[in-house]
Design a protein around this ligand. Structure first.
Ligand code: URA
Length: 231
């Protein structure tokens, strides 16, 4: 489906709400969520498959075994039947403490982004390339990403989202198999295992560089996702 399909369908609701989001809630202002929730069919199979993967990852991942200092494994959070899956880099201190991805400051910003898209946090699935916190929040090494990557790929295969949104460069580089700069990847569709991928800036980057220009770029990336799932 092209990004413009949305403009021409009869939808009124999605289109009107999207316009409302554009004008009224550019990443950071309250927005009334739209019900674009996933159907529940097959959810229990996915729950079981994810649970089995979680157990195997904890027992077998070389990164879990070798990374010093982490407290909790942060496997993933959300609806196993989600239509939209977000992939970040690695847990930070808050996530390590709670065992849940994106619960700190960057997580609050991500929640705002999700709500501005007309979705709810409960209706999407959120995970990271690395599932344990690197010391001092350092960027995951390429080796670590490739050792943890197969578990992320299995998560993807179980959840089979309609759209993947990567947050920041490491997630996009890993899933797209490249080493391109964020600025070159964001804003256009890519593909991973047949799933459309929209790379955008990491919410932590957005918080550090909270300029109208960056907010506009992220919002424009997210609008393409809304357009894709809205029809
Ligand atoms: N940053 C990430 O990339 N992931 C988290 O879960 C939290 C912060």
């Amino acid at each position: 489906m092209s990004a413009n399909t949305h403009e021409t369908d009869t939808d009124g609701l999605q289109g009107a709400l999207r316009q409302h989001a554009e004008t009224a809630s550019l990443l950071g202002v309250d927005f009334v969520p739209v019900a674009v929730d996933a159907p529940e069919e097959g959810a229990s199979d996915k729950v079981a498959a994810l649970d089995a993967l979680r157990t195997r990852h904890a027992a077998e991942s070389p990164v879990v075994a070798s990374m010093p200092g982490w407290t909790n494994i942060v496997f993933g959070d959300g609806d196993p039947n989600a239509r939209v899956m977000f992939v970040g880099e690695a847990p930070g201190a808050d996530e390590d403490a709670q065992g849940i991805p994106f619960v700190g400051r960057a997580g609050k910003k991500l929640n705002e982004m999700i709500i501005a898209m007309g979705l709810s946090r409960e209706s999407v699935y959120i995970t990271n390339v690395l599932k344990v916190r690197p010391p001092n929040n350092r960027t995951p090494t390429v080796d670590e990403a490739s050792q943890e990557g197969p578990y992320l790929i299995e998560q993807l295969q179980i959840i089979q989202p309609e759209v993947l949104v990567t947050l920041g460069k490491p997630a996009a580089n890993f899933l797209l198999g490249n080493s391109e700069a964020m600025g070159r990847m964001r804003g256009r569709w890519h593909e991973c295992m047949g799933i459309p991928v929209m790379p955008t800036y990491h919410p932590a980057y957005l918080l550090r560089a909270y300029t109208p220009e960056n907010r506009k770029k992220v919002w424009s990336d997210l609008q393409q996702v809304i357009d894709r799932i809205g029809g």
